[in-house]
Structures are given as structure tokens and as C-alpha cells.
Design a protein around this ligand. Structure first.
Ligand code: ADP
Ligand code: MG
Length: 365
């Protein structure tokens, strides 16, 4: 089911009454395509949960509309929207078994939607198999690990075969290894069912690794929407550039003069088409190539071996994000005794942003 947000806005009165309203979601106007897994990504407090709650119907928008397919669902209560919800705290009924927890949404169906006992049991088992907990059906939640509990919550959200599955930071309560495993599970389940799924997280790596599309937001405002690799390769503003990628992008003060980029007094790159003036320069860690004749010279701090790659840590007075982190192939690593290190810059890993608006400045090379 395609989900369309049309000029969707949600204001909350500020908890401090002297301050203006909080605009948790500011004029969202985009389409979530049918059958895809969408990662809704941004720092804590940027409005991710509010967006999800507007889609599920748990919150009413201040203005704007929500469509499922061609149907306007803005006025529909959550139970009539056909959504499945999974939250960070699994919110299982502690006194019910796994089977009873999964059955619960089906037992509440009334009227012509009412199912026979056999059909309900069949559907519960099917959902349990999908998340691979069908051998645990008679256990209570307290007898399960966190990962298993979250699977039960996912099965419970899936049992009615929702048209849209909404997951709000579903992995946050799991340890690192389970987080990895469960996110791959979510990807597999989405592939198998084809249910349009919206996955909320503040973890950029999590969103990038499993999403067909990511929606990056900040302070209630949409920053960029696109395929993870495209957004990483072509960030539309400085915020998006800094939010995606580990280690984070390195940011410098720079200046464009006659289509050349200067960092400090060094002429480091051709940037044809960029207008003259001061700029923010973002360089990805993999954008530095060790090169004795390279124009970009930095003070070498240390060399960190990571196995396949090596992280070269250096400093430069133009860098505004602390030390520079660059990633180079281990075969090429400096021995660490030199005082300076020279790089040439990969133009497709180097991004220019306006000092005023922080928007991307295009250039060719
Ligand atoms: P996220 O899920 O990205 O962390 P939220 O959607 O929960 O962000 O919150 C977005 C903003 O809206 C925050 O500033 C938050 O304090 C505010 N907010 C959320 N819910 C309410 C509410 N019920 N009343 C007042 N402010 C709220
Ligand atoms: Mg939230």
C-alpha cells in the first residue's frame, strides 16, 4: 500500500508555555512507495515518532492529509487503517503465552471480520513461523530473550496482514549482536510479505543497511529522501552529509577562487562551476588518497590498524570537526613516524556547501 503525506503538519503546545509551539512535523509532502522498506532517520526529537503516529492515526495532524493508496485516512481511527505497530518496548501481555499474544488482535475482530477459532490458530502459527518463534508458542514473555520478545511483537503486528507495518525504534532494547540479527530478519520478513514498512531509527547505519529508501529529517523538517547510497554520495546539505557515514565526514573551512578549492593556503582541488567565495568543505574518510605529491598536507597524529583498512588520524587548522579521520588500504599505510602526511582528494568524495544556507554547491571536475 502506497502512503502519501500531503502538507502534513503537527504542532504541540510547548511544555514551557512562554515558548512558541513545537512544530514536530513541518509540512511533510512526500510519497512512500508500495511494497518498500523505508527508513525514517534523524536525531532524537526530530519528529520521527510523531510522523509514525500521524500515519497510524494515534495522533491527529494540525493540518494536512494522510492517504493510503487513493483513500484519505486522515479521519480514520487507528484500528480502521489496517496498520501493524511495533514499538521499542515490546509491550507484550505478560500473563499471556506467545500464542495468546499473537492471537490477541484477531480475537478483537467483530462483525463480518470475525474469524473461526481454527482460522485464528492457523494465522497465528503462520505469523509465528514467519518470525521463527513457532517452537516457543506456549512460553510466557518472561521466559523469552529480548530478541524473541521483539519477534513476538512483530508477529502480533503481522497477524492481521496489515497494509502498512510501522516500526518505532524496534531494535533499541536489544544488544549489539541481536540488533544486527533482528534487523536482517526485518528485511527478510519485509521481502517475503511485501508489506510496505516504515522503520524509524536514529541509527544511520541501521537505516542505511536495510532500507530501500531513507527519509532524513531534522527539527521536524524533511532534509532528503532517496536510496541510501544516493543520499550518502550526494548529500543535499551539510546536516545530511554529517549525519550519514562512520567515521563521520570531515568538515573544513575552504574558499573557492577561479574554480579552484583552497583549504588553508593550499590549492587542493579543481571545482569547475563553483562560484568564488567561502565554503564548507566535507570530505569523506575514504576521499583521501595517500600521495607524496598531494596538495593536501596535514600533521600526522597516529595510525590505527583495523585489519583490512587503516585509519590515519591527522590534524589541519582548517578542520572544524576535530581531527581528520581518513581510511586508506592497509598496504599503503604510513609507518607512523613521519610528522606530516600528504593526500590528494577524490573529487566525488568531496562536497561543497554554502556558508549561508549549508546547501550543496554543485561543481564538476
Ligand atoms: P523523535 O521520535 O524523532 O525522537 P518525537 O516525534 O517524539 O521525536 O518528538 C518531536 C518533537 O515533538 C519533540 O520536540 C518533542 O518534545 C515534541 N513532542 C512530541 N510529543 C509531544 C506531546 N505530546 N506534547 C508536546 N510535545 C511533544
Ligand atoms: Mg521517537
Amino acid at each position: 500500500m502506497k502512503v502519501v503525506l500531503k502538507n502534513l503538519t503537527k504542532r504541540f503546545p510547548n511544555r514551557n508555555k512562554k515558548l512558541p509551539d513545537v512544530i514536530a512535523v513541518n509540512d511533510f509532502d512526500f510519497e512512500i512507495p508500495d511494497g518498500k522498506l523505508i527508513g525514517l532517520l534523524g536525531p532524537s526529537g526530530c519528529g520521527k515518532s510523531t510522523t509514525l503516529n500521524l500515519i497510524s492515526g494515534l495522533e491527529k495532524p494540525t493540518s494536512g492529509r494522510v492517504f493510503f493508496g487513493d483513500t484519505d485516512v486522515t479521519e480514520l481511527p487507528p484500528e480502521n487503517r489496517g496498520v501493524g505497530l511495533v514499538f521499542q518496548n515490546y509491550a507484550l501481555y505478560p500473563h499471556l503465552t506467545v500464542r495468546q499474544n499473537i492471537l490477541f488482535p484477531l480475537q478483537n475482530l467483530r462483525g463480518d471480520k470475525k474469524l473461526s477459532k481454527e482460522v485464528m490458530e492457523e494465522k497465528a502459527l503462520e505469523a509465528a513461523k514467519l518470525v521463527q518463534i513457532d517452537s516457543l508458542m506456549e512460553r510466557k514473555p518472561s521466559e523469552l530473550s529480548g530478541g524473541q520478545q521483539q519477534r513476538v511483537a512483530i508477529a502480533r503486528a503481522l497477524v492481521k496482514m496489515p497494509s502498512v507495518l510501522l516500526l518505532d525504534e524496534p531494535l533499541s532494547n536489544l544488544d549489539a549482536r541481536l540488533r544486527l540479527q533482528t534487523r536482517e530478519e526485518i528485511r527478510r520478513i519485509q521481502n517475503e510479505t511485501g508489506i510496505t514498512t516504515i522503520f524509524v531509527t536514529h541509527d544511520q547505519e541501521e537505516a542505511m543497511s536495510i532500507s530501500d529508501l531513507i527519509v532524513v529529517m531534522k527539527d521536524g523538517v524533511l532534509q532528503q529522501i532517496g536510496k541510501p547510497q544516493d543520499v550518502y554520495d550526494m548529500p543535499e546539505n551539510l546536516f545530511v552529509a554529517k549525519f550519514l557515514g562512520t567515521p563521520a565526514i570531515n568538515v573544513f573551512e575552504g574558499e573557492v577562487k577561479n574554480s579552484r578549492l583552497y583549504i588553508g593556503c593550499e590549492d587542493v582541488l579543481a571545482v569547475t562551476g563553483a562560484p568564488d567565495g567561502e565554503v564548507w568543505v566535507g570530505i569523506r574518510p575514504e576521499g583521501f588518497s595517500l600521495d607524496e605529491g598531494g596538495a593536501f598536507k596535514a600533521k600526522l597524529e597516529r595510525v590505527e590498524v583495523m585489519g583490512r583498512d587503516t585509519s590515519v588520524v591527522s590534524t589541519h587548522e582548517g578542520c572544524v570537526t576535530g581531527s581528520i579521520r581518513s581510511i586508506v588500504p592497509s598496504e599503503e599505510r604510513p609507518d607512523g613516524s613521519e610528522k606530516t602526511v600528504s593526500f590528494s582528494l577524490k573529487p566525488f568524495k568531496t562536497h561543497l556547501f554554502s556558508k549561508d544556507t549549508e546547501e550543496r554547491i554543485p561543481f564538476s571536475y
